[in-house]
Design a protein around this ligand. Sequence first.
Ligand code: DNO
Length: 376
Amino acid sequence: MFRTAAEKLLEKEKITMKMTFRWYGEGRDNITLKQIRQIPGMSGLMGVLDEKAAGEVWEEDEIKAYVEHVHEAGLECEVIESVNVHEDIKMGLPTRDKYIENYCTTIRNLAKYGVKVIVYNFMPVFDWLRTDLARVIPEDGSNSLYFDEKELGDMTPVDIVRKTIEDCNGFSLPGWEPERLAELETTLKRYESITPDDLRANYKYFLDGIIPTCEECGVVMACHPDDPAWPIFGLPRIAHSQEDYDKIVALHDSPCNTLCLCTGSLGSNPDNDIPAIIRHFGEMNRIGCLHVRNVKYLGYHKFREAAHLSSDGDLDLYEIMKAVYDTCPDTYIRPDHGRMIWDEVGRPGYGLYDRALGATYINGLWEAICKENKNK
Ligand code: DNO
C-alpha cells in the first residue's frame, strides 16, 4: 500500500483522489447520509464517533455499527477523524502509557472495519479556535467562522470556551468536547512549564508507541495543523509551518506518520505557501489526506473563512489542486468548513450547502487538471 511519489506519478492515469465529507453520526448531525450521497462525486466520509471522549477505546461494535450504516448509504468510510489524543499524553504524564495502549486498540479496531487513515492533532487544550462562529460577510449576507486576535485580547481561555459552546447552535463542535474542557484551569496551569521542545518529545513518545501498530495494520496517521497557525494563550504549538512538519515527520520516520494538510489552517498565516508545502510533503509521501478550504485575510492575525472559490479568498485553489495532482493524486480530500448560506441553520462551519458547492468546485478543478495533463 505504500508507494513513493515517483511510483504514484507513474500510476497517475489510474488513480484518483477521493472526495469525502465530514459527518457526525445519526442524531448528532442534521445532515443525512442520503444528502451526502447525492453530492456529485462523493465517495465517502471522513467519519467520526463524536460521542467518544479523548483517551477512550473506540469499541469494535460501535465502529462496526457506524461503518455498516455508512456503507448501507452507498458511501465509504476509509477515513476517520478526531481520534483525540488524551492531554496526559501531550503533557507527558505517567498515565500516558495506558492512553497510548487504548489508542493502539482503537487503531486496530478501526483497521478491522476498513479504515485506512486516522486524522488527529497534537494541539494542547484547544483544537481550532475562532472569535466569532457566524460573522456576517458584508458582501453577500452569508456568514462564516472568523478570527481576530484583537478580540481575543480581552478574553481568557475560559471565556472563549464558554462563548464557543454558547454560539454553536446546540451542536457539538470538534475539539470542544465538554469533558475535555472541564479541567481547563488545571490543564492550562500545567502547560505553563511545557516548552515546544518538551511537547515534541512527548509527541515522539506517542508516535513511537503507536506507529508500529499502524504499520502492522496498514493505517496511516494524519496530523492536523494548529488552527490558527500560530501560538495562542502562550500555549506551546508545534504544527503550523513546513519547518514544524519537517520535525514531526522526522520524529518517527514511517509512511504511516503523515500530515492532514488543512489548507485553511496552515493558510491562516500568509507566510505559509500552501502549494509549496503540499509539493514538499507530497513528494515525501507524507500527506495522508487534505482538508481544502479558502481564507480571506483581513489584517494581522485576522481572517475569515471564505467560499472555496479562489477569487473569494486569498488561497489559490487551482495551484493547490495542481500540487495535489502532481505529488499525491491518490489522496483523500474533504471540502472543509463552509459558510452558512441560503438561511441554513446548522453546526457552524459544517453546513450542507456551501460544503457541497466546495466539493463540486474542487471536483471541477480536478477534472480540468486531469484532462489538461492527459493532453500534454
Ligand atoms: C476542524 C477540524 C478539526 C480536525 C481535528 C482532528 O474543523 O478540521 O477539528 O478534525 O483537528 O483531530
